[in-house]
Write a protein that binds this ligand. Sequence first.
Ligand code: F3S
Length: 389
Amino acid sequence: MYLTKEEERIYEGEEGWTRKKAMEILVAIGDINDASRLIPVTRTHLSGASYKTIGDAFEFISGLEGRVSVKSTLNPTGMDRERWTAMDLPEKFVVKQKEILTAYEKLGVSLACTCVPYLITHKPQKGEHIAWAESSAVLYANSVLGARTNMEGAPSALAAALIGKTPFYGLHQAENREPEIRVCVKCNPADADYSALGFLIGNLVGGKIPLIELSPSSFPSKDELKHLSAAIGATGSVGMYYIKGITPEADARGLPGEKIEVEKGDLKKLYEERAEVDVIAIGCPHCSALELHRICVLLKAEGKGRKVRRDFFIFTARAIKQRMHEVVKQIEEYGVKVICDTCFVVSPAFERYNSVATNSGKMLRYVPLLCGGAEVSLGKTEECVRRAF
Ligand code: F3S
């Protein structure tokens, strides 16, 4: 890969050990992927924030010096930074988690601690080159916002943050953003159907970029697209999708020859209901302001003054919780807990449950694998709220 004189100086260590290591990571990734050069990125989003997922590997981050070169945000950690005492976490976990946060803060990373950076102050524009980790956010950025990012891992996103550049390959290049498979959806999805749809599409397309054709009467909301993105990222390995008539550039693309169909019955199979659930979890990806508002309305309609009978957690970004503090207060009056900075999957605090109800396709995939083997029931948001009483 071609390096400019300045990049070579960094590679040789003339700007210190941290920048040398970061440049070595970028060059190694660039070489593996036949990138011709590095390109500047305007922002990065970093994963590897929870002690549950990275363990003691964070000590590498603590040893880094200097500051990130571009605006950089952090994914959810393993605990709510204000309510961790109520989360019943082992003391060692809390100490290590705090060290991780300190290490990122020292590097100048914004401790947004959310997987929806595009819903706070970190929304990239169409055509903007960025370097994001967190598959749900990558799919949303590429597909819904029309930005350009590869599916970064924790080390490559951090390296891009430190240098402010990323290797020019994959989804940064227009020719690699062509749809490769048509997905014709033969029903009108709504709410968690988009989680189910994404779950199926990810499984069916693997690494091929899908061009999704919805019926003309389907207009997915931003939140539904968020759930679709997260679920495709959970079961597939592709970094973007198109929806005809909805997402940027979709209509300018030719129709791929390969075609598959998804019917109502295919989605229905994923809604298998367990007899009993012991916890409700909503907010994967983190809830938007609109979702919080809607859950509040549903709680009022279903609860009629009663408190929930099961543990019920909602996960969101701290910035969104602050903005919606009145609504959050009303939600919590029903006995529901609105948690920030973390989520059901990346915190060990939620591993004590056996059966979870959620509207999230990403949780459908990851809870059985990462949360002590708990079962998951997918349900529409309204159904999840009903099951809490
Ligand atoms: Fe976000 Fe956690 Fe889900 S990081 S996408 S809420 S698994």
